[in-house]
Design a protein around this ligand. Structure first.
Ligand code: GCV
Length: 657
């Protein structure tokens, strides 16, 4: 980034607090984060002296001051907002609630000061709302500094160490606090040699980041390698049942807490894609996770242990091994064996952050284990932040999925360990490369706080805060983003089959790119049909990992939702979807429609030239041009591939190459 470029304020431009400028805002009490709120009050141009228009305080502080207030919910980090005698009162359960109450006032705009404001309680659905950065300290030749990062370099690390200047981190922490994110893992889950040493050699430096996070209610987490006792401790083993290994972790963790007293815990990717783990010693993932959990427990820390464990050296000829089965097969036998401060972190789908996958059956397979849902804000498989794709709609669908059917809970409330997501932020002036990808970061925080929230209302909230009140701008950006996930789906891999991306980068079409590789990601298209048979009767048996009603629904093509048809079944091209269209015609139709939708989005954006900041306009325009080019490539490569494979012409006679 050029030093002279102004960093975009995301959803907190100066105008976002205009309704509070000149108002008298009193912050009562000495709670640790109250000073942060006082700083916010000053920056908003509000004053603290005089008859207050707004009073914020913890419930106890308000009571001690004799101020009547709406009653704050009991849960930690909660708050309530209401009006009392012409004054807006925010009553918070604790210091964090005070901070979140302030940002709720910001979001409300003028309504925050209106007598029509009714008492509203707010409490987070989950205590842990985390962002994971896949940032490396060093640059890597292929991946760059951030693995799957599409927005520049790390805001945390530069020149082989923690950045000297952390003002960007402070801005980030403020933005995250405004959406309720309260934990950040700062480094990549693929822990390379240099990054392994963060745990021992860079604690003072990490403490500087933690100090920047602290006033914003955010705790720092660290990805660690399971081989740390060997790499850093000089031991000859990392065996989780070896007493020397346990005491090495206990001591290392003790040193972490001596330097960072509110350290959040460890994030671990083990026995996955080359990362070391307990399998090397014939131990289970419960042995591995509990080893770290016991080192962290005396200090109140937690382990996020990832369930993304699978064989990436599969033989493509072998059709019985199914990568989709792996997490469930590895982890359900361990249910009930994990310590209380272990959270098993599960990707939303059984494969890998695809545009469309079923919700992982592991969520219903673990009943006595704390689970976290892992989402991917960074757009690895959804267009690299070159394509405008609003993922809030996808996440809301995932969070509303009911693993045990209509009578059971939604996934959003089932995951007692909360939510985690891979961040999409780098040192780019717009933070996220594509300015419209900021909406995804915003939506993640808001949905982690309230999984039942309407993703389109969140979208409008984000647009309003970021772009102000111009109705044409609001309507245009809404129109570009609201259906953008489904539009992306409609020009890329069809009907839940997944991948078909260029190997390595995962950008752009390559239908057979992964077909004959060891990665376990196949579509099995031949001249007669396409899809993966994961039924119990004739396939890999994956459908049987679900409880009813899904086990039965996914078992047969007729009862499988169309959008997942090819994930669960291998069907002939002439197979009819629920609307009567054949699979092959659906492939052609949706690819043509997807490209046309992108064209409309690009034209809609072009029409608001002059109504949004010039730099934003230029960046989005450039990305929409690329999205259009890429969508055309997807359309033509997929249509040509399937026409050539199937020999079935397009019923509408359009050009296919
Ligand atoms: C951090 C996918 C990505 C990898 C990533 C991995 C994971 O396979 O392509 O870059 O590694 O997921 O989630 O661990």
């Amino acid at each position: 980034m050029n030093a002279t470029d102004a960093v975009h304020p995301m959803w907190l431009p100066a105008g976002a607090t205009a309704h509070l400028a000149g108002r008298t805002v009193a912050v009562v009490g000495e709670a640790p984060l109250a000073d942060t709120v006082r700083g916010e009050v000053r920056s908003a141009g509000a004053v603290s002296e005089g008859t207050p228009d707004v009073v914020l305080g913890t419930a106890t502080a308000l009571e001690a001051a004799g101020i009547t207030a709406p009653s704050a919910p009991e849960a930690a980090e909660s708050f309530a907002i209401g009006r009392r005698d012409g004054v807006t009162v925010v009553s918070a359960r604790d210091a964090a609630g005070l901070l979140y109450g302030w940002f709720a006032l910001v979001r409300l705009g003028a309504a925050a000061l209106d007598d029509a404001l009714v008492d509203t309680p707010h409490s987070p659905a989950h205590a842990v709302r985390m962002l994971d950065h896949w940032d490396n300290v060093d640059r890597h030749e292929v991946m760059g500094q951030i693995e799957r990062g599409y927005a520049g370099d790390s805001i945390f690390f530069a020149n082989g160490r923690v950045r000297d200047e952390l003002s960007r981190v402070a801005e980030y922490a403020r933005l995250l606090a405004s959406i309720g994110v309260n934990r950040v893992a700062v480094n990549n889950v693929n822990v390379h040699r240099r990054e392994a040493r963060l745990l021992t050699d860079d604690l003072d430096e990490l403490a500087r980041i933690a100090a920047v996070f602290r006033p914003w209610g955010i705790r720092l987490h660290l990805s660690v390698t399971f081989a740390s006792p060997i790499l850093l401790g000089g031991l000859d083993t990392s065996d989780p049942l070896d007493a020397r290994v346990a005491s090495w972790w206990a001591e290392a963790t003790h040193r972490v807490y001596a330097t960072i007293p509110d350290f959040g815990g460890y994030l671990v990717k083990a026995d996955s894609e080359g990362q070391p783990g307990p399998f090397a010693y014939g131990r289970t993932h419960a042995d591995g996770a509990n080893l770290l959990a016991r080192a962290l427990a005396p200090h109140g820390g937690m382990v996020h242990w990832r369930a993304f464990v699978y064989n990436h050296h599969q033989d493509w000829r072998d059709r019985r091994t199914d990568r989709a089965r792996a997490a469930y097969d590895h982890f359900t036998p361990l249910d009930g064996l994990f310590d209380d401060n272990v959270v098993v972190q599960i990707k939303y789908g059984p494969m890998d952050f695809q545009t469309r996958e079923p919700v992982s059956p592991l969520f219903s397979g673990l009943n006595r284990t704390r689970q976290a849902l892992e989402l991917q804000v960074t757009q690895e498989y959804t267009g690299h932040q070159l394509h405008a794709v609003y993922l809030g709609v996808q996440w809301a669908e995932i969070l509303r999925f009911r693993p045990f059917g209509d009578a059971g809970p939604a996934l959003g409330s089932l995951v007692r360990g909360g939510l985690a997501a891979v961040s999409n932020v780098g040192d780019d002036v717009f933070w996220t490369g594509h300015p419209l990808a900021q909406a995804n970061l915003y939506a993640y925080g808001r949905l982690a706080w309230d999984p039942d929230a309407d993703p389109l209302a969140i979208l409008d909230e984000w647009i309003g805060l970021t772009f102000g009140t111009d109705e044409t701008v609001r309507a245009t950006i809404h129109e570009i983003l609201d259906d953008s996930w489904r539009v992306y789906e409609s020009y890329t891999a069809p009907l839940g089959v997944g991948f078909m991306v260029r190997p390595g980068s995962h950008y752009g079409p390559d239908v057979d790119g992964y077909e004959y590789t060891p990665w376990g990601t196949y579509h099995f298209a031949d001249r007669d049909g396409i899809g993966v048979d994961r039924s119990v009767a004739t396939g890999t048996g994956f459908a049987g990992q679900y409880p009813e009603p899904w086990r039965t629904a996914y078992e047969r093509p007729e009862t499988t939702p169309d959008e997942l048809l090819l994930f669960f079944h291998h069907v002939p091209y002439g197979h009819r979807l629920h609307d009567g269209t054949t699979v092959i015609q659906h492939i052609y139709d949706t690819r043509f429609a997807g490209l046309a939708a992108v064209e409309r989005k690009r034209d809609a954006w072009a029409a608001i030239a002059g109504r949004v900041p010039e730099a934003v306009f230029a960046r989005v325009s450039e990305r929409l041009d690329e999205q259009l080019r890429s969508a055309r490539e997807w359309r033509d490569q997929l249509n040509s591939y399937f026409l050539r494979k199937s020999g079935v012409p397009d019923a509408k006679g359009r050009t296919i190459y």
